[in-house]
Design a protein around this ligand. Structure first.
Ligand code: GLN
Length: 570
């Protein structure tokens, strides 16, 4: 690998011992597919990108999927989930946009730091280079310097992954001020490699209620906008309420200068896992390969994928899961985003067991201020308290956990959900009045959860970005526990995102009172899983890590599966 490229990637990411770059060898010219949004955001560019990944890999190609986020945050870690949705954590520890989670789930494997970029990262590299006099006294500007840095990063990502094809999703919508440099970078790449770059626009065709007819005009305008950057889409993915009729395809084809068979219908679907199958119906996989002058390396086989989708449709018996969280402030439509990986993890484990998950959102604040009554929890088969930060609604969560414990409702605590499970246990079983996490009460008499030693200094210096305990770490799993039964392995690797941990001074007291720390860091210092034995409770288990980040449709997470199994037996 060229030194310059190596340096670039180092700039791109925080140094991490976990960064993996498979560096496969490949033959032939590398191909790039840019996915650009038209008309409006939120119509499924990420799922389109992921699905293109699924269908092309099924033909024997190795892909890397890149997400470009045009914001100035260096990573997604400092953003509130109600602002931007869930923060996804890569194996390396990089905090990214939730689309990276979709990519990993659709490809069924881990992605690398090279596959994610924000404007913050890009500008930071350019500015640091300028400070180091690396531009040789020239005036440093957005064009060409920042734009060319983007081009280099896209190439570097392909190189690091040793992939055959990169699919690059440009965040935002065409016409945005923020993503213009990225579109220009794509144009430059196309100019450098005219035969190896494709553009796919994911657009939206509204059916206004008063007109009752599908309108193509916004898409025509979006394509014209894209043209003004010097970019012509090769494919249009037409997101709409229903499939496009021939008339609409013809109209779009003529006015947007896109071949009619390159206009792909993407009707609303009841679940996102149908999208790759729908794309195949319109022949997208073969058409993309043909346009890139590539021959399929094997016959596409999505039978496992199809079997999973069939399970979604055939699941009958419901399992009622309540998620007790706090990121509810921007209205219901945001919820699924703030806890996206948790929801998907529940789905995978449920569908593979033939049950249909019914997820209910409960606001922890309501249990705190008495708006919601605890006995209403009895109707749920399982309760999850997911990850979180800060004080809002925390006493409500603790009350819910106590109710789940005392009434033997299967409980699964994720990160904060494990810490609070132990706070509850300390207060109500160990009798440690006022026990707390020092995140909320730094002066508590019983700090059963406390800040990790290395985090103390970081917090004092207000260095919040990218400084938590992040990414994959190994854990040893003890024999004869629920965790071991689920994992069927004595060592696992899970992804983390936290600053606080179980206070080692209280471990013995917890163990004496019946808590089993079934997962521990190899040194035995950090408690990674806490559970109650089956004799005490059907399923009361918390993890210091985020198992949801590694759940995949075709390989559900073992702990989620154990939880769903216990819940459906309730
Ligand atoms: N706030 C807790 C911590 O920092 C839990 C974090 C989380 O749930 N991801 O340790």
């Amino acid at each position: 690998m060229k030194r310059a490229l190596q340096k670039k990637i180092k700039h791109a990411t925080r140094p991490s011992s976990h960064t993996i770059f498979p560096n496969r060898r490949r033959s032939g010219a590398h191909k790039y597919i840019f996915v650009i949004g038209g008309v409006m955001s939120g119509v499924g560019k990420g799922i389109a990108t992921s699905s293109i990944g699924t269908i092309l890999e099924s033909r024997g190609f190795h892909l890397n999927l890149v997400k470009v986020d045009p914001y100035l945050n260096v990573d997604a870690g400092t953003m509130n989930p109600t602002e931007h949705g869930e923060v996804f954590v890569l194996r390396s520890g990089l905090e990214t946009d939730q689309d990276m989670g979709n990519y990993e789930r659709f490809l069924g494997r881990d992605l690398t730091n090279a596959d994610y970029m924000t404007s913050g990262m890009v500008y930071r590299t350019v500015i640091e280079r300028e400070r180091a006099l690396e531009y040789g006294g020239r005036c440093v500007e957005a064009v060409p310097h920042v734009r060319d840095e983007i081009v280099e990063r896209i190439k570097a990502a392909a190189h690091h992954n040793g992939s055959d094809i990169s699919v690059i999703e440009i965040g935002g919508t065409v016409g945005d001020f923020q993503n213009a440099l990225y579109i220009d970078a794509a144009r430059v790449l196309k100019m450098q490699h005219p035969d190896d770059v494709l553009f796919v626009m994911v657009s939206y065709l509204p059916v206004p209620g008063t007109i009752g007819e599908m309108k193509t005009k916004p898409t025509q305008t979006a394509v014209r906008d894209l043209n003004s950057y010097g970019v012509q889409p090769d494919f249009l993915i037409a997101r709409a309420f229903s499939s496009l009729d021939e008339k609409r395809k013809e109209k779009l084809s003529i006015s947007c200068n896109v071949r009619k068979d390159h206009i792909i219908s993407a009707p609303d679907v009841s679940n996102i896992y149908e999208v790759p199958l729908n794309f195949e119906k319109d022949g997208l996989g073969d058409l993309l390969l043909k346009e890139m002058k590539l021959k399929p390396r094997k016959k596409s086989n999505l039978s496992e994928w199809r079997a999973f989708v069939n399970k979604i449709h055939s699941a009958q018996k419901e399992v009622n899961i309540a998620i007790v969280g706090k990121y509810f402030d921007t209205g219901d439509f945001m919820l699924s985003d703030a806890y996206l990986s948790v929801i998907e993890a529940i789905k995978y484990s449920s569908y593979t067991q033939g049950v249909k998950p019914k997820i209910t959102w409960l606001n922890s604040k309501d249990f705190q201020n008495g708006k919601a009554s605890l006995p209403t929890l009895a109707k749920y088969d399982g309760i999850i308290v997911p990850g979180g930060f800060g004080e809002t609604g925390i006493e409500g969560k603790i009350k819910v956990i106590q109710y789940a414990r005392e009434n033997k409702i299967p409980y699964f605590g994720l990160c904060y959900g494990m810490q609070l499970m132990l706070v509850e246990y300390a207060r109500n079983v160990l009798g440690l009045f006022g026990a707390h996490t020092t995140e909320i009460d730094p002066h508590t008499k019983h700090p059963v959860v406390l800040v990790m030693p290395e985090q103390k200094k970081i917090l004092k210096e207000d260095r919040y970005g990218g400084t938590m305990r992040l990414g994959a770490y190994p854990a040893k799993i003890s024999k004869g526990t629920i965790a071991r039964d689920a994992y069927k392995a004595d060592t696992v690797e899970e992804r983390h995102r936290h600053r606080y941990e179980v206070n080692p001074e209280y471990i013995k007291a917890f163990e004496d009172a019946g808590v089993v720390f079934s997962g521990q860091s190899p040194s035995g210092v950090l408690m990674e899983i806490a559970e109650l034995p089956k004799s005490a409770h059907p399923f009361m288990l918390g993890t210091q890590f985020h198992p949801e980040l590694q759940a995949k449709p075709l390989s559900p997470h073992p702990l989620f599966s154990a939880f769903i199994k216990a819940a459906s037996q309730k």
